[in-house]
Ligand binder design. Structure first.
Ligand code: GMT
Length: 382
């Protein structure tokens, strides 16, 4: 528990999508447990929030759809709602996750409320690696980042890329993704696993939003190579635009009876615990939350040397990494793990240790708290 006075913290995130929403919501829950008052400001209730939580409030953004608008102005409604909540609830800090449009809206809200409202922006990845490359957004993103009272990013690689792409020099704090070890730990998945794989088969898994950046066709390619040497099944978890293409690839390779599509799943710790190896061959990945979730369940990742993945997955200790697109090398790494029980056991132990020490929820929550107190001019003492 912090020795400081509890804070009133507004949080804005994408409530229904992806890792940034998961991190923002889980952080809000941890902060509320510490006695802070947390106000989510979003267009719908964050999907990870679940049932009622003490100290957590939700403020819904309603968008005016007046007939002159070709595009209803969500961003303006969000900025106004942020300012209203900040004034009504006397927020100390507004913490926005993802630069577009959230950091820009927070900048506008601060103009309405005044300098006493401190804005903390967390960059999650594609807001910089994709959107900040777009000339129609770049200058606005730079403004929002420069005007935030503090900026954090989820890997050293993302900090580097933010400075490079936006040509900025300001301080950016490193705040890795984290997992809650009360939820993410190795589960007994034996009975679930027998629904998908025979006792002598290994299980490879990929979990994503099936966007091109995830290179899911590499996942299938790796699996095809592995399956030639080690009897195995591939479990694909999630949904997204590349799914039809992936289904065709699997059919063309004659692998349909070896691959299971699980769709979107909530109980990720149970699902991941079925896997022998997680595959993450992304083109870009600022951190790779799913590899951390796997790590916390004792499952090693084989993936690409992209973005922040090497900061999370220590090559040879908690998984293996190869250059983006090198499916042959990745398949070899997987085969080595699947054939060597001693290696698998060592990887598992190292995964549990690393996830509990470096990416533990307490540590990262406390880092965010220190940032809040710092921007408020009240340094944390504990
Ligand atoms: O991975 C995605 O496509 C979703 C995206 C998001 O914005 O929710 O995830 C990003 O943020 C996560 C949480 O910080 C990171 O763990 C992911 O690596 C990052 N995705 C990419 O950089 C592609």
């Amino acid at each position: 528990m912090s020795s400081q006075k509890p804070l009133k913290i507004g949080i804005t995130c994408y409530p229904s999508l992806g890792g940034s929403g998961v991190v923002a919501t889980e952080l809000g829950k941890l902060l509320a447990e510490q006695g802070h008052q947390v106000h989510f400001i979003a267009h719908s209730i964050p999907f990870r929030l679940g049932s009622f939580h003490k100290n957590i409030y939700y403020h819904e953004v309603e968008v005016n759809d007046y007939y002159v608008f070709r595009y209803p102005p969500y961003d303006l409604s969000l900025a106004t709602k942020m300012a209203q909540v900040a004034n009504m609830q006397q927020l100390d800090v507004l913490h926005v996750h993802y630069a577009v449009p959230h950091a820009v809206c927070a900048f506008l809200a601060k103009q309405m409320v005044g300098d006493q409202l401190k804005v903390v922006t967390t960059l999650h990845g594609t807001d910089i690696t994709v959107l900040a490359q777009d000339e129609s957004l770049k200058d606005l993103i730079r403004l929002a980042i420069n005007e935030s009272d503090a900026v954090t990013a989820v890997s050293q690689d993302l900090i580097r890329e933010t400075r490079e792409v936006l040509d900025i020099n300001r301080d950016i704090d490193l705040t890795y993704n984290f997992v809650d070890h009360r939820v993410y730990y190795p589960r007994d998945s034996a009975s679930l696993r027998q629904d998908f794989a025979e006792p002598d088969e290994k299980v490879l898994m990929h979990i994503s939003n099936f966007r091109p950046v995830k290179r899911v066709s590499d996942v299938v390619d790796i699996f095809a190579r592995v399956n030639e040497q080690v009897p195995s099944k591939l479990l694909l978890v999630g949904e997204g635009p590349d799914l039809p293409k992936i289904q065709c690839q699997i059919n063309e390779l004659g692998l349909a009876d070896k691959v299971h599509f699980l769709g979107k799943q909530d109980e990720i710790a149970h699902v991941i615990s079925m896997a022998d190896v997680l595959l993450l061959p992304s083109e870009k990945e600022s951190f790779g939350l799913v590899a951390l979730e796997a790590m916390a369940c004792g499952v090693p990742t084989v993936g690409s040397l992209a973005g922040g993945i090497p900061e999370l997955v220590t090559h040879g200790e908690t998984g293996f990494l190869a250059p983006v697109g090198d499916s042959g090398q990745m398949a070899e790494y997987v085969i080595n793990i699947l054939r060597d029980d001693k290696l698998k056991d060592e990887l598992r132990k190292a995964c549990l240790h690393r996830s509990q020490t470096v990416f533990c929820n307490e540590q990262i929550r406390s880092k965010y708290e220190q940032i809040y107190y710092r921007v408020l001019g009240r340094e944390e003492t504990s």
